[in-house]
Write a protein that binds this ligand. Structure first.
Ligand SMILES: Cc1cc2nc3c(=O)[nH]c(=O)nc-3n(C[C@H](O)[C@H](O)[C@H](O)COP(=O)(O)OP(=O)(O)OC[C@H]3O[C@@H](n4cnc5c(N)ncnc54)[C@H](O)[C@@H]3O)c2cc1C
Length: 331
């Protein structure tokens, strides 16, 4: 690992000052469960690491007038233990699905949202786009775990975030601070992710010198939700496909629906087709199945990952049934 300066700010303002001496060469450290591995592998080589863990304002989970403000440094374990977050069932289910106590106690919610791709070409030094002499390795080589949506450009990896589908389905926003000391904006999480076309572009809208300080969730207001991950094993692993559903049900029929898939595209994948198919319907196995079919109707699998289409279809169907309390014990 290359040597680096280590900074340990105590406040958001101090963190921004430390990040803005050399913004392009600075990395933000939260729980460190992923960043340290990337630095050890020389994939990321920062001049300075800014450890944000001692910024107390970013640890709070607080009720606000119109919802819940969750500090970026809330760990997965704290997500699971928090009674207010428990009301957002799909978010708690996403944390519960990470089957490692060590990761749950160290990994943070914003670290998960900003997690870089697990794509093996990226992790083995071929860059985010996996190019070798101008040839796309994910396109010509092994692409079993790659994208089945949003893959027409050079990026074929899938987003790694476990929480993003659930949070986007809830209409969450992220509070982004920096690069200036007084700059802050609230951005819908749906617009936080980007698909890079060049190696210099990132996977989020964050500019050098910016970080996520909080995640805002709207009031639950009777809305129900569910998350479903399709995993290869019951052990430590990322899903092959996942889906989150958030439903408002009035008089037994769906009046509003948001369906978001994870691990199937370079960004979390919002399926308007699936959501629209549910409007005015009661939730049953047949309507959930139809939404799953709608969700994958525009999939564009690569040479080796056609199997993920069925996994995504099933994830959507089961997330919807889980939201309505119809999954457990049934399927
Ligand atoms: C061995 C192992 C097994 C795992 N297993 C699973 C699993 O089974 N399922 C699963 O879903 N996940 C799994 N994970 C992933 C784990 O959940 C994430 O690594 C963790 O949530 C990341 O949080 P962190 O705080 O440790 O992030 P860090 O490693 O500190 O940071 C991750 C990235 O986010 C950036 N970042 C962090 N915080 C901020 C912020 N506030 N603003 C802007 N950028 C930020 C960092 O610069 C870095 O690029 C595993 C990880 C490991 C190491």
């Amino acid at each position: 690992m290359k040597s680096f300066e280590f900074a340990n700010p105590q406040s958001e303002t101090e963190a921004l000052e430390l990040m803005n001496d050399h913004p392009e060469q600075t990395a933000v450290l939260a729980g460190g469960t992923d960043l340290i591995s990337l630095m050890q592998a020389d994939i990321i080589r920062p001049e300075r690491v800014v450890d944000i863990k001692n910024i107390t304002s970013m640890h709070d989970v607080a009720e606000v007038d119109n919802g819940l403000m969750v500090g970026a440094l809330t760990t997965l374990e704290e997500v699971l233990d928090n009674s207010k977050i428990a009301e957002y069932a799909s978010v708690a289910q996403a944390a519960d699905a990470v089957h490692a106590i060590q990761i749950q106690s160290s990994g943070t919610i914003a670290g998960d949202l900003c997690h870089l791709p697990n794509c093996w070409y990226y992790r083995n030094g071929y860059g985010m786009l996996g190019l070798e002499n101008g040839t796309s390795l994910p396109e010509t080589g092994d692409n079993r775990y790659h994208a089945i949506f949003g893959n027409s450009g050079p990026a074929k990896f899938v987003t790694a975030s476990r929480f993003a589908p659930a949070l986007i389905a809830w209409g969450a926003k992220v509070r982004i601070i920096g690069p200036g000391p007084d700059e802050a904006e609230m951005l819908p999480l749906e617009y936080f992710y980007t698909t890079p076309r060049t190696e210099r572009q990132g996977t989020t809208v964050l500019k050098p010198g910016q970080l996520v300080s909080h995640i805002w969730l709207p009031k639950t207001a009777g809305t129900v939700s569910g998350n479903y991950d399709v995993l290869q094993t019951e052990g430590l692993d990322w899903p092959l496909a996942s889906a989150s559903a958030t439903l408002t049900i009035s008089g037994g029929r769906v009046s509003d629906a948001r369906i978001v898939l994870g691990h199937v595209a370079p960004t979390p994948w919002v399926s308007h087709d699936a959501a629209t198919s549910l409007l005015g319907k009661t939730i049953s196995e047949a309507t959930a199945q139809a939404a799953g079919d709608a969700a994958v109707s525009r999939a564009t699998p690569l040479s080796d990952n056609g199997y993920k289409v069925q996994l995504a279809r099933t994830a959507v169907k089961r997330a919807i049934l889980r939201s309505a309390g119809l999954l457990e014990g049934g399927l």
